[in-house]
Design a protein around this ligand. Structure first.
Ligand code: HEC
Length: 473
């Protein structure tokens, strides 16, 4: 796995192998095979060959060529025939992908021979991806990891005393002064891609199980722990409704970014489905209302930010652009095209006069949000891909983090670098300011966290630790 890919990678799920006599379950045994090998081209949008496999009913009915599954009759069932055929016309098409592994095709064959039944309790019209998600149970993180856990997001708690770090199926909370582990909160999501505290102290998390699902869930870190062990509190964010206080969104792939407006009344999230969802949370996140769904990008949305006055939303995408959206008029205001490569993150100066974007082109760029999409300035100081940008809550400063292993602090007006913060030994995927703006924290591919002073002359970390529970030094 390359490090670059680790930021947004896909995992291949492991599957049980065919066992002849055992009754085959459609949802547990067959549907995962179809999802893995077929859904990409036979979803509700693409419908290749007018064949939509998103529900059991549509999947068995087939496409323009008629029935794809005939119960008990293997040689009349194209679903299986096209997987194993020696003919040119195979599924997936020969030029588009590998054949379905033999043991998996055999599993599908056995299911058809056994009568091609749908499991009891599932509606033939139900969305299969949703049914698969419901059945998937998140693993419990081990007491001790033997490999470092990639950090994709971190955030200071509102009192500035602790850091919440995205781990492997969990969020970990650490004392920001000495790096001591305080809490572990089990999550359904494999990774936290973005973290943000709401005005009421609840934590919003954009979650990812790469290539499988994504979510936006809200947690209460102050809820009563399920247990405490060795000074560490364990919270169950999967089942405990006092910990998991709101479930805002389920998506078919990763949710990658979040933004909360400075007045705390608007929440937005974006991800692999290219859609930015905007919720009105003025009445609290408990009564959040979906206000709009914006489809303004042609590819994954990787970064978003809401202006201080709550009127505009900026976004960055794998489609190589940054865009500004007018939240009131519900229309696109401008497109900034200069990165010519993936835009990982964006920001807006507090007074709305300047837009910021960073990307795979290794540049930090500034532009006029209301203008014609022309650049104001750029800096290539990072020298490698730049992943995130966060604004200081107190001053005209922002911080960026990069594959060059540094966090850098910038004058938000002049785009002049004020500090280059060293100490981490790998790609830095996460960066955050403390609520009072005096400290900056970074998190790396190797699980390292460092906290620096944002403003003095010192560029060495004040404190540094590895945020992988139980990792041997
Ligand atoms: C990379 C894209 C792609 C993938 C992956 C793919 N298909 Fe297809 N499929 C197509 C296209 C394009 C057509 C229409 C052309 C054709 O029928 O050959 C098609 C047609 C079909 C048809 C015929 C529909 C009809 O009624 O005419 C069936 C059945 C089918 N696919 C099944 C599958 C199965 C089962 C899988 C997974 C094992 C799969 N496909 C994976 C692209 C794909």
């Amino acid at each position: 796995m390359t490090r670059r890919l680790a930021f947004v990678l896909f995992l291949i799920p492991t599957l049980a192998t065919a066992q002849d006599k055992k009754p085959i379950s459609f949802i547990n045994d067959v549907a995962p095979i179809l999802k893995e090998n077929c859904f990409a081209c036979h979803d509700a949008k693409k419908r290749s060959g007018k064949y939509d496999m998103t529900t059991f009913e549509k999947m068995t009915n087939g496409g323009s060529g008629g029935e794809a599954v005939v119960a008990g009759k293997l040689d009349e069932s194209d679903l299986h025939g096209l997987m194993v055929t020696k003919d040119e016309r195979r599924m997936p098409p020969r030029d588009k992908g590998e054949a379905v592994p033999a043991d998996k095709a055999a599993m599908v064959a056995e299911w058809i021979k056994q009568g091609a039944k749908l499991d009891a309790g599932i509606d033939p019209k139900a969305d299969l991806l949703k049914e698969l998600r419901v059945r998937w149970k998140p693993p419990t993180p081990p007491a001790k990891f033997d490999k470092p856990v990639v950090i994709n997001a971190l955030v200071f708690t509102p009192d500035g005393k602790s850091l919440v770090v995205g781990g492997h199926h969990e969020l970990t909370v650490w004392n920001a002064a000495d790096g001591k582990l305080q809490k572990r909160l089990h999550t359904r999501a494999e990774r936290a891609m973005a973290l943000a505290f709401l005005p009421d102290g609840k934590l919003v998390v954009a979650g990812s199980r790469p290539g499988q699902e994504g979510d936006v869930r809200v947690y209460d870190l102050s809820a009563k722990p399920a247990k405490s062990d060795g000074g560490v509190d364990f919270l169950d964010g999967v089942n405990d409704q006092k910990v998991l206080v709101k479930h805002l969104l389920d998506a078919d792939d990763s949710v990658l970014c979040l933004a909360v407006s400075p007045d705390g009344k608007t929440l937005a999230a974006g991800g692999c489905d290219r859609t930015i969802r905007v919720w009105d949370i003025a009445g609290g996140v408990g009564s959040a209302k979906l206000a709009q769904s914006i489809e303004n990008h042609a590819d994954w949305v990787l970064g978003i930010s809401i202006s201080a006055d709550g009127k505009h939303l900026v976004s960055g995408s794998r489609d190589k652009t940054a865009k500004v959206w007018d939240l009131k008029a519900k229309e696109s205001v401008m497109t900034f095209p200069d990165h010519q490569n993936t835009v990982f993150a964006v920001g807006l100066k507090a007074d709305g006069s300047l837009g910021y974007s960073v990307g795979a082109d290794r540049q930090v760029r500034t532009w006029k949000p209301g203008g014609d999409g022309k650049q104001v300035k750029n800096s290539g100081a990072h020298g490698d891909e730049v992943f995130r940008i966060v604004l200081s809550p107190k001053e005209p400063l922002f911080a960026t983090c990069s594959a060059d292993k540094t966090v850098r602090v910038w004058d938000a007006e002049k785009l002049a670098q004020t500090k280059a913060l060293a100490g981490l030994t790998d790609h830095v995927y996460a960066v955050a300011f403390s609520p009072d703006g005096t400290q900056v924290a970074g998190g790396s591919f190797l699980g390292e966290v460092a906290v620096w002073n944002a403003k003095d002359k010192n560029d060495k970390p004040v404190v540094q630790w590895n945020a992988t529970p139980g990792l041997k030094k």
